[in-house]
Design a protein around this ligand. Structure first.
Ligand code: BES
Ligand code: MN
Ligand code: MN
Length: 456
């Protein structure tokens, strides 16, 4: 892997990490309105950095939500064009008392950097910027054409980028997309992710009495919206983990036998996964499917929270007038968010207890996707990863969602190469999120070699 750009990257390790720290200090939590200014600040840092490294047409694109960041370099005539995608927004930090060091003060422990966004996705997105910088520094040009599009609301559904891709596909014309927002299957095992689940995120609001009521005076006469939600939720899944919404599974496509066989040969220890990753007494889910199939290729339903009523310390005897349940479903090909939401809404409304009014709302959604591997970009990626990691690449799917990947395929008609360098224990969305620093550096090397391979 003799590469002047890789040599350059190696000579700049300390600076690259310090710059990443500056980005990690910005609390760009997209779901909290009070952090909108921080989200924008993170975008501005990236605009300044993309300009500084020599990218062109760098701009912040205003949207109805958080801004997009765009940049390009299009002077490699006859060479393919790569669309680099990443997101600079992060998840909330609660419960903050569980963090060993503050989430927005990046801290190094045991070769990892701990911070919210370290791996999802600021650290991984920044590898792209540093790979481009290294190529530009080493050669004064890039080996292929590059467009960069970064979003600040991936963690809340990615509406603005979806609209931009639908309305201005010509501004993102490319031959393939490159995304580092996924994981390696195991440490030291180079991995390409070829499938993501889609999702619908919903809320059910239940309303009973016209106001909160004393539960002694009115208990026995007034409907309770929390009990109503509990009764509804209890009928969404059976004890064996099967979702009971009529028609829910009709469009599910079973993975091919080749794909299932390949998953069986992955180094997966279910008992260790249960103990050290999940930390529960048993694993749950649909009978008859292995863990990888259940989390990668089966749809699921989860409840995230039930705001409302009394949640303070101690006791308050009240029948709340209203209650909300936040419920999401992960979808797999060929389910669609629209159809699935309609089936769900209809079923939930059919379960409405008497005296309760229901409002079933869609908060955000994204399509599932499985990407073909039979293209030259995947070959180049395998080749590059072999040079950097000394091993053959494994292909996995992931249970998580990156809504825009489906839009890249459907609106831009391009495949995505999902080359991620997170590790299974990186604590995404949880306290003590981390990124293994060696993966940050080798990720940059991998991206450089990959782009050089594609440009050959
Ligand atoms: N990077 C993740 C998705 C992911 C996680 C892919 C692990 C592969 C492995 C992404 O930032 C994410 O968390 N997406 C949300 C999307 C949603 C809010 C629309 C998710 O999956 O919950
Ligand atoms: Mn992410
Ligand atoms: Mn995320």
């Amino acid at each position: 892997m003799p590469s002047k750009a890789v040599d350059y990257a190696h000579s700049q390790h300390d600076r690259f990490l310090e710059e990443l720290f500056a980005l990690l200090r910005v609390p760009s939590i997209s779901t909290l309105p009070e952090h909108a200014g921080d989200v924008r600040h993170a975008a501005e840092i990236l605009v300044a950095e993309l300009k500084r490294i020599g990218m062109e047409n760098v701009r912040l694109i205003q949207t109805a939500g958080h801004p997009l960041v765009y940049a390009d370099w299009l002077h490699a005539d006859e060479k393919p064009t790569c669309l680099c995608y990443g997101h600079y927004d992060v998840q909330p930090v609660e419960p903050v008392e569980e963090w060993h060091t503050p989430p927005f003060e990046p801290t190094i422990r045991d070769g990892n950097v701990y911070a919210r966004g370290a791996v999802d996705d600021k650290g991984q997105m920044y590898m792209h910027v540093k790979a481009l910088e290294s190529l530009l520094q080493a050669h004064g040009r890039l080996p292929l054409n590059i467009r960069v599009i970064l979003e600040g609301e991936e963690e809340v559904g990615g509406e603005a980028i979806a609209r931009f891709v639908a309305e201005h596909p010509e501004e993102l014309t490319a031959d393939f997309a490159l995304i580092s927002d996924t994981e390696m299957f195991a440490p030291e095992l180079p991995t390409l992710c070829v499938g993501l689940r889609g999702m619908i995120y919903t809320e059910i609001e239940a309303r009973g009495a016209k106001t909160d009521l004393h539960s002694g005076m009115y208990g026995g006469a007034a409907p309770n919206p929390f009990v109503a939600l509990a009764q509804i939720i209890a009928q969404l899944k059976d004890a064996g983990g099967r979702i009971l919404i009529p028609g829910f599974y009709d469009k599910v496509v079973k993975p091919s036998s080749d794909e299932l066989r390949a998953w069986e040969s992955l180094p997966f220890d279910e008992e260790q996964y249960r103990k050290s990753e999940v930390g529960s007494s048993v694993l749950t889910g649909e009978a008859g499917y292995g863990v990888l199939e259940r989390t990668w290729a089966r749809p699921t339903l989860d409840v995230h929270g039930m705001p409302g009523g009394f949640i303070g310390a101690g006791a308050k005897t009240v029948i709340p007038a209203k209650a909300v349940a936040k419920i999401s479903m992960r979808l797999v090909p060929d389910m669609t968010p629209k159809e699935t939401f309609a089936l769900y809404k209809q079923y939930v409304e059919s379960l409405r207890p008497k005296g309760i009014e229901l409002d079933v709302r869609l908060i955000h959604s994204g399509d599932p996707i499985v990407i073909g591997t039979n293209n030259p970009y995947v070959k180049a990626a395998q080749n590059a990863l072999h040079q950097v990691w000394g091993k053959d690449t494994v292909f996995i799917r992931s249970g998580g969602s990156i809504p825009i990947v489906g839009d890249f395929e459907r609106n831009l008609h391009i495949p995505s190469v999902m080359m991620g360098f997170g590790l299974p224990d990186d604590n995404l969305h949880a306290p003590n999120e981390k990124f293994h620093i060696a993966n940050f550096y080798r990720g940059i090397d991998s991206l450089i070699v990959f782009l050089e391979e594609v440009g050959k």
